[in-house]
Write a protein that binds this ligand. Structure first.
Ligand code: EPZ
Length: 427
């Protein structure tokens, strides 16, 4: 029988204590993919022990890499990785597996992969990837369900790439491919997420020549396979987890300390919450937050998701839950993905007053008390938003499909219980 979470509402400002943030899923997954560029084993520490990371490691293992993983440390020896096909099974298991195409193509001169299947958060096309590979001199053939990408003799060539849209995995994939390409690659309108900068630092410390990561223009001078030189690399803290805990604390904590995180990675969320009246105290590697004594004192603000350093789309669902408890109207505009608002219906069943304006925008009217309900987690971020809604609600909520939550958050119920959330995992 699949597991579910049963959560009893917190009845006001009852949470307290300290919660440490785990390593970032979306950095760890790319670090694992980067191992393909190495002629030595690569060791990552502070790796979150979550389903998506296990799946990514499993994919590399089935493709021929040797892997050890435990106690938040992963060592990946990809020297024996010889497989150049990502099967539909692999692509379906993990959308992020698209980032493997860059390092595989750069190293082997060939990669075959299926069009990644539809996803609950929208279309997620791959046109930027196909166009980029062509610009690097590769031939692209579509045969049946698969794309066959073949570099020209001598390997990928450096190129000038301008991304029409800032794509996170696109930037990471081409940054990695360019490390082993011949000559210089320039990525313009590159994504600037902290995970990209972290990945570039890891590659540079191992012999790559990347400049500008964290800005819209990244330049990569191609070279030889990388050497970790016996070093290990610590995965940066998960800013989405940190931001979600901050929202939880702003709704239900007497005082919550969110620790082992980087406040400037969620600056835009801090600004938004502060504008609603939430009191946040910044430490160097922590934030402390309290819910107001009376929720009615929170003021709504309108928000739109944006590429980093703007408001992360991955924080959109938790922030919408927050807005249900703030006074006034908040327009929430999801600019990155269509289809990432499907959870709204469930919040309305809980008592929220949210009107769908179009596939990208909702209008939240608050404050509205929420009441416990049966919920299905549609994706991992909305899943955690439901956990926050359930804590805010009166009565008990049951959240199903929690595999989706386990994909991105490590031992979430244990960690939330430690700060006072009444949550149990059950069959
Ligand atoms: C990454 O997805 C993250 N995933 C997502 O996190 C995150 O929501 C997203 O970036 C935005 O921050 C990983 O890092 C594994 P994009 P990604 O390419 O890279 C369009 C989570 O829950 N686009 O930056 O797939 C695309 O449709 C996940 O952890 C094209 O049109 O997102 C979107 O509108 C969910 N063509 C926009 O670009 C392309 O070829 C930005 O998407 C590629 C993307």
């Amino acid at each position: 029988m699949p597991e579910h979470f049963s959560i009893r509402g917190a009845k006001g400002r009852t949470l307290s204590g300290k919660i440490a943030v785990c390593g970032a899923k979306n950095a760890a997954l790319k670090g694992v993919a980067a191992s393909i560029l190495f002629r030595t084993p690569l060791t990552l520490t502070n790796v979150p022990e979550i389903e998506d990371v296990s799946r990514m490691l499993e994919i590399l293992r089935t493709m021929g890499a040797q892997i050890t993983f435990g106690e938040h440390q992963a060592t990946i020896d990809a020297r024996g990785l010889s497989e150049t096909t990502l099967t539909p099974d692999i692509a379906k298991r993990l959308r992020a597996s698209i980032v493997l195409t860059g390092p595989i193509l750069a190293r082997h001169g060939f990669v075959r992969f299926p069009h990644p299947g539809g996803c609950v958060i929208g279309e997620r096309p791959i046109d930027l990837f196909i166009e980029g590979y062509k610009k690097m001199g590769a031939q692209v053939k579509q045969s049946g369900k698969f794309y066959d990408i073949r570099a020209q003799r001598g390997g990928l060539r450096g190129a000038e790439l301008f991304f029409r849209l800032q794509s996170v995995t696109g930037t990471e994939t081409f940054m990695m491919a360019a490390v082993l390409a011949k000559g210089r690659t320039v990525i313009k309108n590159a994504a600037m997420e902290p995970e990209i900068k972290w990945l570039a630092d890891l590659l540079n410390a191992s012999g790559a020549h990347i400049s500008g990561a964290g800005t819209p223009t990244i330049t990569i001078e191609g070279g030889d396979p990388l050497d970790a030189q016996g070093k290990s690399f610590r995965v940066i803290p998960d800013r989405i987890e940190a931001g979600s805990f901050l929202i939880l604390g702003a709704l239900a904590a007497k005082r919550l300390l969110i620790d082992e995180m980087v406040p400037e990675h969620i600056e835009s969320l801090i600004e938004i919450l502060s504008a609603t009246g939430v009191k946040i105290v910044r430490g160097e590697r922590s934030l402390s937050v309290s819910a107001p004594k009376r929720w009615q004192t929170l003021r709504s603000v309108s928000v739109r998701t944006h590429e980093y350093p703007g408001l992360a789309t991955d924080l959109q669902a938790p922030l919408t839950v927050f807005m249900t408890q703030a006074l006034g109207e908040s327009l929430v505009f999801e600019t990155i993905f269509e289809g990432r608002l499907s959870y709204i219906e469930s919040l309305n069943r809980m008592g929220a007053n949210i009107a769908m304006m179009d596939p990208h925008r909702v209008l939240v009217k608050g404050p509205t008390p929420l009441s416990g309900k049966q919920l299905e987690s549609p994706d991992l971020r909305a899943g955690l938003a439901f956990v926050i809604a359930a804590v805010t609600a009166e009565g008990t909520s049951v959240i199903h499909n929690i595999y989706n939550i386990d994909r991105g958050y490590e031992r979430i119920e244990e960690r939330l219980r430690a700060i006072g959330v009444d949550i149990v995992r059950a069959n």
